[in-house]
Design a protein around this ligand. Sequence first.
Ligand SMILES: [Zn+2]
Length: 144
Amino acid sequence: MASKKKIEYHSYIEDNIRYMSCMICGRYESVGELATGVKCSNCTMKLMMREFPMEDKSYKSTGRPVGWHWMKEFVDIDGKVFHKGKEQPKLKGTLKPTVVKKPKKTKRRTKEQMLVARHKEKKAELRKAVKKQKDFINHKINKG
Ligand SMILES: [Zn+2]
């Protein structure tokens, strides 16, 4: 009875560790001696993500600002009125929706930009120091 030949993925041994080519992306991954086919950690992760997407379906944006339920009064876009997060059905539609101020987006500075800014700061400091010294000298001269 001829045994079915297993597909062997390309492998090599280095420092007594067997490496085998990932069956998906071809990256070499250390494997046990008996392994006949491997998926690298990258591909395993990708497959997992495909099977178990990390989508949280329970999360739905309400468009309400952070901490709206702590506000003394918050009026939703549809006119619902909340007092500290408690709905006040009687007041529904009697007030204007609370305008949600979008937080200012702070531009993230790159490392280079930060260095440049720091350099400028230092230059300005130096200029100030020089001016102080000059003033001091001038003062002295004027006085003397
Ligand atoms: Zn892979």
